[in-house]
Write a protein that binds this ligand. Structure first.
Ligand code: SF4
Ligand code: SF4
Length: 188
């Protein structure tokens, strides 16, 4: 048969030696490789007891932020939803009523705020678009689940703990972010 290229090589199979037919040298070689790996440092960790440090640029689940007084920062302007390339954010705005100044920082707030984590690509554009420091991507994963609807996170699931009611949980949720002062937020 004529070869199409000049790269064709005829392969000659060598007959196996007696030792090769026993397979013992190959088994021994394999065992040596296994033993060599048994004493090396393990690359795996016992998650969730042990957690790897995140990269400084890691972007996880979104958090809806409050100010140092515990008021919700979000003013339901919709910029995050417009910036979101995955159309993962939906919200409904409401007017702040007299007597609710301790709950919401602005005259308008998000009565409903939802993020579909199955759509989210964790690009961080919602955080960049927000003029009120009201949303940021944290170092938390959205936990696994069997039902799709469990991945639509509502406002109560996204909202950071109130620093007035639970300062420890608030600090933990903030992570490496600086704790805002009332003045710095009111200047925005
Ligand atoms: S991280 Fe990106 S994809 Fe996810 S909600 Fe924000 S803008 Fe949308
Ligand atoms: S999170 Fe920020 S950008 Fe999104 S609606 Fe609230 S204030 Fe506007």
């Amino acid at each position: 048969m004529q070869a199409l290229t000049k790269r064709v090589k005829a392969v000659h199979r060598k007959p196996m030696s007696f030792a090769e037919k026993l397979y013992l040298p190959a088994i021994f070689k394999g065992m040596m490789i296994t033993l060599g790996h048994a004493f090396k440092k393990r690359p795996t960790v016992n998650y969730p007891e042990v957690k790897r440090p995140f990269s400084p640029v890691f972007r996880g689940m979104q958090i809806l932020n409050r100010d140092a007084e515990g008021r919700e920062n979000c003013t339901a302007c919709g910029l995050c939803a417009v910036a979101c390339p995955a159309e993962a954010i939906t919200m409904e705005a409401a007017e702040r009523q007299p007597g609710e100044e301790h709950l919401y920082r602005e005259e308008k707030y998000a009565a409903k705020y939802e993020i579909n984590m199955l759509r989210c690509i964790f690009c961080g554009l919602c955080e960049e678009a927000c003029p009120k420091d009201a949303i940021y991507l944290s170092e938390t994963f959205a936990p696994a689940d069997y039902k799709r609807k469990q991945f639509v996170y509502n406002k109560s699931e996204l909202l950071i703990p109130n620093p007035k009611e639970d300062p420890e949980a608030y600090k933990k949720a903030l992570g490496n972010r600086a704790i805002p002062t009332t003045n710095s937020l009111d200047q925005q």
